[in-house]
Design a protein around this ligand. Structure first.
Ligand SMILES: Nc1ncnc2c1ncn2[C@@H]1O[C@H](COP(=O)(O)OP(=O)(O)OP(=O)(O)O)[C@@H](O)[C@H]1O
Ligand SMILES: [Mg+2]
Length: 457
C-alpha cells in the first residue's frame, strides 16, 4: 500500500470520481475538493504530497490556486488537467509552478506516469533544498557592505543589462543563487521566468528530459509531450546550478543548444528556437573541474564569458554581524517572536568563527538561536558548540589580557559559572558529546557533569 496522498480538485464530480478510482487503484490515498477555495482550506490542515487540479473552475481557477499556494510558500507539487486543444493554458500553468500537465481524456497509464514523475521530482527537491522562501530576493535582499561585496554588486549591475552567459563560482552558501536571481531581476528579462535547475539534485537519467523536454513516445512512460526547463525559460533566465555535476555527454548537448539557440525535444526532430540567458554556478574551481574531467573545457569557455567569484565570509568578516542581525529579525518575524538583539559576548563569538558553510550556515545558526532564545536576547548558549570555542576563545581571552584590570563585572560566582560552562562545552565538543569521556577530561564524576549540564544548558 502506498501511503502518499493526492488531492484532486475539480468542480465536476464525475472527473473527481474517475481520478479517485484510478489513483486508489494505484495505491494512493485520495482527497477531493470541489473548488480552489475548498482545496486551500484542506491544504491548510492536511499534509498532501501532490495536487491534481482542473484549470477551469468557478471561484478560484487552477492558475489562481497555484498562485495562492506559491504566495503562501507552499511548494506542494501540482499537476494540472487540461482538455485536448488547450495545452497552452497548461504551459501557462507551468510558468506558475505546476510541474506537469495531463490531457483529457486520459488513460490510467498517463496518469500513473505523470503522478510517479511528479512525486519523484518533488521528493528529490525536498531532500535537496529546504523550502526556500520565494521571497522577492532582489537587490534589497543583499546584506553586506564590505568592499568584496560592493565589487559583486558592481559586477551584477554591469552584466545584468546584457545577454551574456555568466559563471558564478563560490564556496557553499556564499550566495550564488541569490546573485543569479539578482542578475535576472536587474535585467530586461525580469518580467519573464527565472528557472532554476540543480544538476546535482536531479538523477542523471531524468536531467536530460527535464532540460530539453520530450515528445510523446520518446521512451517508456512518455505518454504525452513534455516541455523542458529550457523552453520554459525562453525569454527569461535559466540557472544551471552545480554545473560540474552534469554528465559530460549532456554537457556536450547543452553546448550545442547554447551555440545553435535551438533544441529538439527528446524523441522529436522538430527544431524549437529558444531565447535563454544562461547563468551557471559551481562551488568547484572550474579550472580544476576541467582537469578532473567534470567540466568540458569548451562549455566552460561558452559559459565563462563573464565570471563572478563570490567571497567567503572569512574574507569579509565585517558583514557577519549585519547578516546575523538581519537573519535574526527575519526568522523572529517568521516564528512570531520579538527580536531582542544579540548579547555582545555572543557577537564576539560569531565574528571569530570561520563559517565553513558561509552565509547559509550563519542563517541556520541564527534561525536555531531565535528558537532557543524564545525571543529573548541571543546568548552564546543558543549557538552550536563549535561556535563558542574555536579561536574565538583566543580572541576573547586576548581582549581580557590586553586590559590591565581584571574584568569581573558580573561578580565572582557568575564569572566562575561562565568559565565552567565554557570548559564543559569544550569537553563535550572534544568528546563528540560522550559524557563519560568529557567527565574524565574535566576530572569530575559523570553524575556531577550531568547535574551541571542540566543546570546550565
Ligand atoms: N549577501 C547576502 N545577504 C542576505 N542573504 C544572503 C546573502 N548571501 C546569501 N544569502 C542567503 O543565504 C542563503 C544561501 O544563499 P544561496 O542559496 O544563494 O547560496 P549558494 O552559494 O547557492 O549555496 P550552495 O552552494 O549551498 O547552493 C540563502 O537563504 C540566501 O538568501
Ligand atoms: Mg546554491
Amino acid at each position: 500500500m502506498n501511503s502518499q496522498s493526492i488531492l484532486v480538485v475539480d468542480d465536476e464530480a464525475k472527473m473527481r470520481r474517475l481520478l479517485e478510482i484510478m489513483l486508489t487503484q494505484l495505491g494512493y490515498t485520495v482527497y477531493q475538493s470541489e473548488d480552489g477555495q475548498q482545496a486551500l482550506s484542506l491544504l491548510d490542515q492536511q499534509n498532501v504530497d501532490l495536487v491534481i487540479t482542473d484549470l477551469r473552475m468557478p471561484n478560484i481557477s487552477g492558475i489562481e490556486l497555484l498562485q495562492r499556494l506559491r504566495a503562501q510558500n507552499n511548494a506542494v507539487a501540482v499537476i494540472v488537467v487540461t482538455a485536448y486543444g488547450t495545452v497552452e493554458t497548461a504551459v501557462e500553468a507551468m510558468k506558475y509552478g505546476a510541474c506537469d500537465y495531463i490531457v483529457r481524456p486520459f488513460e490510467l497509464e498517463a496518469v500513473e506516469a505523470a503522478v510517479k514523475r511528479a512525486l519523484k521530482l518533488s521528493q528529490v527537491e525536498r531532500q535537496n533544498r529546504y523550502l526556500r522562501a520565494e521571497l522577492d530576493q532582489g537587490w534589497g535582499d543583499f546584506i553586506g557592505s564590505s568592499p568584496a561585496m560592493q565589487n559583486i554588486y558592481t559586477l551584477i549591475q554591469q552584466v545584468a543589462p546584457t545577454k551574456t552567459s555568466v559563471l558564478i563560482q563560490g564556496a557553499t552558501g556564499t550566495g550564488k543563487e541569490l546573485v543569479a536571481r539578482a542578475i535576472h531581476q536587474a535585467s530586461p528579462r525580469a518580467n519573464e521566468l527565472f528557472v532554476a535547475i540543480n544538476c546535482a539534485a536531479i538523477p542523471a537519467d531524468i536531467l536530460e528530459s527535464e532540460l530539453f523536454g520530450y515528445a510523446k513516445g520518446a521512451f517508456t512512460g512518455a505518454h504525452q509531450d513534455h516541455i523542458g526547463k529550457f523552453e520554459l525559460a525562453s525569454g527569461g533566465t535559466l540557472f544551471l546550478d552545480e554545473i560540474t555535476e552534469m554528465d559530460m555527454a549532456l554537457q556536450a548537448k547543452l553546448l550545442r543548444v547554447l551555440q545553435e539557440r535551438s533544441l529538439e525535444r527528446l524523441g522529436s526532430h522538430q527544431t524549437i528556437p529558444v531565447d535563454v540567458r544562461v547563468i551557471a554556478a559551481s562551488n568547484r574551481d572550474p579550472k580544476q573541474a576541467i582537469a578532473e574531467k567534470r567540466l568540458r573545457e569548451d562549455l566552460f569557455y561558452r559559459l565563462n564569458v563573464f565570471a563572478i567569484e563570490l567571497p567567503t565570509l572569512q574574507v569579509r568578516k565585517q558583514d557577519i554581524l549585519p547578516l546575523a542581525h538581519y537573519f535574526l529579525k527575519k526568522h523572529a518575524a517568521e516564528f512570531g517572536y520579538p527580536s531582542n538583539g544579540i548579547d555582545p559576548e555572543a557577537e564576539n563569538y560569531l565574528q571569530a568563527y570561520d563559517w565553513p558553510g558561509n552565509v547559509r550556515e550563519l542563517e541556520n545558526v541564527m534561525e536555531r538561536a531565535i528558537v532557543l532564545s524564545g525571543g529573548r536576547s541571543v546568548q552564546c548558549d543558543h549557538f552550536p558548540l563549535e561556535i563558542c570555542i574555536s579561536q574565538s576563545d583566543a580572541s576573547v581571552s586576548q581582549q581580557h589580557k590586553d586590559s590591565a584590570e581584571i574584568e569581573c563585572k558580573n561578580g565572582l560566582n557568575a564569572e566562575v559559572e561562565k568559565l565552567e560552562k565554557k570548559l564543559i562545552r569544550q569537553a563535550l565538543l572534544q568528546t563528540h558529546d560522550n559524557k563519560a569521556a568529557a567527565a574524565q577530561i574535566l576530572k569530575i564524576s559523570e553524575r556531577s557533569l550531568w547535574y551541571k549540564i542540566k543546570k546550565y544548558f
